[in-house]
Design a protein. Sequence first.
Length: 404
Amino acid sequence: MTRIDFSGYRDVLRATGAPWFTLAGWVARFPRGTLNLGIVLLVQTATGSFALAGGVGAAFVVGMALAGPLWSRLMDRRGQQPVLLLAAFTLSLASTVLVGAVLAEMPVATWFVLAVVAGAVSVDVGPAVRARWSALVSPERRHSAFALESIADESVFVIAPPVLTLIAAAAAPQVGIAAIVVVGAIGLLWLGLLRGSQPPRAVLTGPRPRLLPPLGILPVTVAWIGVGGMFGSFDVTSIAWADRFGSPWLAGLMMASLALGNTAGALVYGALRHRASLRARWLGSSVLLAVAGLALPFVADSLVALAVAAAVGALIGPVLVAGFALVESRADRDRVTELLAYPSLGVGAGIPLGSTIAGVGLDAAGPVLGFTVMAVSCVAILVLGVIGEALLSARPRMASLRSS
């Protein structure tokens, strides 16, 4: 029987340095959660083109997705401290160069290149913090720890975008970007200096480590293309939905509904004491998310969409927590940080895909098609996850058949 027990959060926060590295990791997340928006505001203000702004922003996301596992692999090999301290410097430098290129009206092609570079040096600290939890808390408590991380992720998306847009409106987009980069750099430096909670460096005693992830990581990584598609389509659809009512501020309320639902869902999920396997929890959560997502197109023209978005958020939270826990359980012990970054690779691939397809649908038929893309993305998480797990389970049987 499943029961709710919030004492798990108290227990994990008693781990060595846990409150401090959790807070430092939260602060360090700010650039990754909002720099894309800052770049879009900067380019749109400079050129008047939303299409160009979206393209440069997408280039930034692509850079983040491609480089994420490489940074995490480096942390496994060299330790977190030197990598995080380096990342604070490279983030500040690359962001400054990109802003300078836009303001100096350099050729547009250089904006795309520099956006990819800026994304590539924007380290995802989520895997680094989750690796600390993995090293410090028992397996039965890790879902509570990973729930805290999901809450940290979502709270940044609730707080940081309004702060950035307020600064951009009051001063200029580049001032907002500078503020976010400074906050993020402080977080990276702080997290890097917290050595007592860092996992030990991987010691290589055997053959050269593999470059590709284990097959067990791939079902979650591929399924999370759907997660990225959901978030990407949701952002642009929220703006169009608010415009339908003639109240742009409703877009912020819609985004907050999803994020707050996500936070509540992750909080409750992390307090549950489960008996089902990690795979069953992940796929079961995905089923509930797919069902909730299918309701979105039917409420596209009403304020009921706010409630449905909150419900979808409450169900995506458990999907994310369970997915990370499943990846961690299948990760090689000397590659934990690296392999925890792979799901973000799927999200990074899905965000521009979802936003682009939803944008086409919004131009053609308005919010109903945008929410349809979001619903399809929710179903895709389940379908891709089931297919991936089925193929993974079939491998041992296929191998035994060949050997016989």
